[in-house]
Design a binder for this molecule. Sequence first.
Ligand SMILES: C[S@@+](CC[C@H](N)C(=O)[O-])C[C@H]1O[C@@H](n2cnc3c(N)ncnc32)[C@H](O)[C@@H]1O
Length: 280
Amino acid sequence: MSQPMSDPTTIKAAVQEHYGNAIKAAAAEPCCGPAASSCCATSTELALHGAEALATLPEGVVTASFGCGNPLALASLRPGEVVLDLGSGGGLEVLLAAQRVGPGGFVYGLDMTDAMLEVARRNAEKAGATNVAFLKGDIEAIPLPDQSVDVIISNCVINLVPDKGQVLVDAFRVLKPGGRLAVSDIVFDGELSNLPVSEAAVRAALSWAACFAGALSTTEYHTLLEAAGFEQISLEVTQRYTSADLRAQGSEMLVGLPDEVVQQLEGRVTSCAISARRPA
Ligand SMILES: C[S@@+](CC[C@H](N)C(=O)[O-])C[C@H]1O[C@@H](n2cnc3c(N)ncnc32)[C@H](O)[C@@H]1O
């Protein structure tokens, strides 16, 4: 059985390569109509964001989404707010958020992968969005001043980062007092320590880049949010994945794990809607 990835530099390089290739492939697909049409948006984008929201984007915007939920549904954005999207990918949620905060608001996308940033900036240009900026950087060290953001959103990114505690501490730093965090992420429901194989063996049989091997448990997420200073913390499971769902993400998934362990993992890998607030 292979070892789980643990070196931060190796993890980040693997994640960059994976998502760099994924967005290049998505951008190379010819789009034959408006962003909400079935030949531009896949069933994932339609399920996450809805045809109505996608219909607001002009033709030619690459709607590729690599998310696992809809943080915008959780964020309740208001006109005039400043928003930061951690791991903004191709920029779809930044563009949708920009419409909700309006010309008096502003939305930053932050991502470390050049190919993602290129597509996101092109998308913003096509959409004519003037209240957005895409920054290159690592979400463990957010390149924004203290207390400068009203709302942080993020879709399926924090699980990919080696030091999740540092991400949450820095997210807290840039939020204004009373600021909100609205995140979708992959999370283990329950601990991995009570299985008949080691936690390391379970993680080694999942893919880091596909968002599973690096996921926290619900308890760990809650503890890290609290340690960073957040209050009003809520984690709600929005989707449970079966072993068939996991295997559909790659041939290496679950390989080498005894059937008994695979059965015990059924439905415990989840998508979660996570919200929290910086005290006012
Ligand atoms: C699963 S994709 C999600 C993208 C986007 N949120 C969406 O829903 O389509 C993960 C994104 O996070 C970015 N990412 C991963 N780790 C990062 C880090 N440490 N700092 C900045 N961006 C990161 C990747 O480059 C990629 O664009």
